[in-house]
Design a protein around this ligand. Sequence first.
Ligand SMILES: *Cc1c(COP(=O)(O)O)cnc(C)c1O
Length: 397
Amino acid sequence: MKLAARIARIKPSETLAITAKTNALRAQGRDVIGFGAGEPDCDTPVNIKNAAIKAIEGGFTKYTPVSGTDELKDAIVAKLKQDNSLDYKRSQIVVSCGAKHTLYNLAQALFEEGDEVIIPSPYWVSYPDIVVLAGASPVYVTTEEKDGFKMKPQQLSSAISERTRAVIINSPSNPTGAAYSPEELKSLAKVLLDKDILVITDDIYEKIFYAGFSFANIASAEERIKDKTIVVNGVSKTYAMTGWRIGYAACSEEIASAMNKIQSQSTSNPTSIAQKAALEAISGDQSAVPQMVNEFSKRRDFIVGALNDIDGIKCFSPEGAFYVFPNVSGVYGRAFQGKKIMNSAELIDFLLDEANVAAVPGAAFGSDDHIRLSYATSMKNIEEGIKRIKKAVSKLG
Ligand SMILES: *Cc1c(COP(=O)(O)O)cnc(C)c1O
């Protein structure tokens, strides 16, 4: 059978594939510790679940306006004002089925053949494929570990061409956990001020950051860039709501109505019930968020220390999100039973076979010297998992 050529141009999400593989091995009875998950391990807070139950019982189960309900859009407008000091109107908000869907709609609305989109690397697995599906080309800017995995203004400037349409910024970052300060964002904005280039800021980890850091996005750091910025956010990570599928964009009315048009011919509205839940998440009691972040913070401290204790592994301490991205190139070239480990995929296979530990190869995020471990799993699992990794790595010679 002939499939569309675009299918050959993209790859399935590697993080979702690892989760599926972990689950399959567990179903066979293998005791696998999973560091693959890209979602909080806690349950959705009860006030949020109750809002959805109430919506079902109250018959709020029909189509809503394509770009989301007015009440949810108004809550998002209020949130952007309160948390980010950004002013938007209801007509500038589009609610979609998760931030990934928001990014997909955005790419479909903005990019086409011949366009370039700048993506700092390491990057979230889906950015390149979302750009490619729109017919455009990703242009990678390789950030350095010594720069805290952050793009320098000079690097951004050098990556710009006649064809550049947009740059994607994700802070705190998945996979590195690196986060930009307002000053750093200001200096990146400066490069873009007099250019016809959009900035997509993926703020999905906005609330998940640690001691001493405080969140800003590029539009709040430099108001002159706001009209060129599309703010992308959602409830998945902050409120442990990955399965509910609600994300949103805040942008110019022109882009919002283009996204709305695409959504009207593809998914129609995001789920009515999930929108009620998202409304409660965004405007209701926020106390579950600091509790979750506090727990992540303890795990981060532990896992960074424990990984740095393993010979051949060097781990950068993340400012936010719930991932560590240790540099494992120190073990490359070592062998197990005569077979040398030469890259992140081979190390991940070795760890799964020998240590019953699942993680994601850094290559999926654009860096083969690293692997990604999510610490959105219990402290007990983290302790046991790191112990297993240490033991397995010590067998390499
Ligand atoms: C999880 C994630 C998303 C997508 O979240 P949704 O569940 O689709 O709202 C987007 N960007 C990054 C960087 C993520 O890690």
